[in-house]
Design a protein. Sequence first.
Lengths: 320, 537
Amino acid sequence: MAELSFTQGTLDRARLLRLSQEYGVYAGVVVLLLFNFVFTANFASAENFRTQAVQVAPVLIVALGMALAIGTEGVDLSVGSVMALSTSLLSLYLGYGPWVATLIALVGGALIGVANGALVAFVGVQPIVATLALMVAARGLALVLLPQLKDVRDPGMAALGSGDVLGVPYLVLIAAALALLVAFAVRRTTFGRQLLAIGDSRPAARLAGLPVRRVLVVVYVCSGVLAAVAGVLATARLTASDPTSLGTLMELSAITAVVVGGTPLSGGRVRIGGTVAGAVLIQLLTTTLVKHDLPPSWTQIAQAVVIVGAVYAARERGKR
Amino acid sequence: MLTVTGLCKTFPGVRALSDVDFTARAGEVHALVGENGAGKSTLIKVLTGVYQPDAGELAYDGSPVRFATPLAAQQAGISTIYQEVNLVPLMSVARNLFLGREPRGRLGLIDFRRMHREARETLRGLGVEVDVRRPLRELGVGTQQMVALARAVAVDARVVVMDEPTSSLEPREVRTLFGVIRTLRDRGIAVVYVSHRMDELYEICDAVTVLRDGRVVHTGQLAGLERLKLVSLMLGREVGEVRAEGLTKFSGTHDAAAQPVLEATGLTVRHQLAGVSLSLRPGEVVGLGGLLGSGRSETAKAVAGALPLDDGGVVVAGVPVRPGSTAAAIRAGISLLPEDRKSEGIVPGLSVRENIALAALPGLSRFGLVDDARIDRIVDTFMKRLRIKAAGPHQKVGELSGGNQQKVLLARWLALHPKVLLLDEPTRGIDVGAKAEVQALVDELADDGLAVLLISSDPEELIEGSDRVIVLKDGAVVRELTGDEVTEDGLLRAIAAEPGRPAEPTRLAPPAATPTAAPASPPAAGPAETSAGDSDG
């Protein structure tokens, strides 16, 4: 009898764990929202939500690309520097109009992605090393192109940074559209399926004749372009190009969002919904602590707790 | 010197060793042989303290011992030399030799001059002349192995265990190694030598112990033991044994068309294959026989574009296939069911459905978008046809039994409508029922006009399943059995044949009379990493 109840207990525990892995991040977002509705003054206002969403948008966009890279059992550390490079390119070519400048910024991000992907797929460098090299290189390039902070005075960019449709800022709309696009690519395209297979078992994918190298290059190009988009949007919001500080530590925020969202670092699985929720969770956590006048060091500790919790859950999943 | 009695070791679900007795005597080279899964490596790991035995006695120098860790075994004087040299590649030869016991001068600093002199002398004693100040990695693999050996001897080893030491050596290096082994033997050191190469065993070893399925099936002096007898002991088949009919689900022969659909000529991969040629006709099952490490899996991989070729080529239906690309081989109609199902076959985290559709995806999608309805139809067809037992198409493949995983892989390839199917150990590690189903399926596919290459370490399966058998040894074709010669007897004789004196002249004799070397195990990933294809629909 005792044995029976014991197995019952472990079963429930396993189920609980699985549920917390699948939906934990969403539950966390809901809990934080409820907490703030009740305890935080001026939280439930449209203005506040707009601010929160605008702040989270760049992180979220970068995290989408990061999720793809992590899905192939890789990582892209160069994203923060790519944001800096894109802001440099943007303000350098703004004379040709905002569209051309944006396009050039995105091409810059894509080229960094090609370099990352080539190093990983063709040369066989470990992703963490390859993208670390490009992280240093892209930041350096950004500073060569634009040595110091420069104001961006362009009506188009200003509109992009602060305009809205029916109260929803452009930034948020763009982030949402990109999230849907990436989720669709992961679920419904051959590229998405091949990406997951490569992340889960590289030798099997290769023997099954999948274009492993091409998929890897495309993944890093996606990550580079998404980071460049985030860089352009951040520039538009700040109405300034600051290649020294824009995007610093962004790679870590993005990895945090992806991991907290339940995408395992061991590859083979990409959770876009979870990644979005992960980014929102971190943002809400920071806001909550700030609004309750806790020192910034507390925010970092709280983030650390969330990350450890997510990694613990992922570890249990790996063991099954 | 080192004796084990009644040794038992069980892993979850597997009895790796049961009641094994083994004695390594001083001044004797003792061969330890057996096929995959016979328990050789488990025995070695027990001897060297990596594993603890479940039952049985370990006696060293006459007194019972227990090695809790590999370090304890090393300190007691048991050295192991693995296939992969476990030294520090960036340090100099001398530093590697004296790692952890460097000669000290005044002030406790390393006395480099003395270290270099002694290193030079130690190596010269083994017949190796190198600059001991050079980093180890600049040396050839053979010389590195020699340094490992020298280190083993220098730390006063009394038992040296060598696990397939020649698998990556050139013939010249093998000569030097054998010289060193003889020196060790003459110094009264007990050598345990693991290898699959008959010729080497007979050249260097004094005694032999044969393991099969975790038991000792033979032990004794090697001289006087016939090669044929040794092979039959390893494979567990008696020469001249009356063949029980119908033990496998293979039916008789197939009508093979005259024109070969696949022709591979002179496949050469350094250290692995030395000019293997073979041809497959539609509707024919060709067996690929040979001992472990003879190049069976490598041949299949080379044909399927998963190994970069140094020489040779593959032609399918008259059209040459771009070498070194699995995608190109698949486009040409070659499908490979790999030997290592778990790491190279299935994608464990994806569902049955995704696994089956994986290779055929480009053909099952439009503009890069997956056509789910068509995939569902194909998956449904194959799950029924191959009787794949799963909770449903969305169950993860990693959760299925081995037999069902194998069927999922077969379905993945059949969905591509291949012309040639290469099956590497298709029934290994799957239960009896699924085994019979897979065997029957292979027959059915050949009847449907597929050309099948069947690799199996089970002589019975190979003989009953194949219309012809090509026998490999050390990475080269030594014999082709056709018609009445396709018997277990013939297979054993072909495998045991001495070099330079094949039982009969072979039709597909390779250009090189003496093959260079063959590997012990297929490379897990290595160079293959660079040969991903670039095709998509």
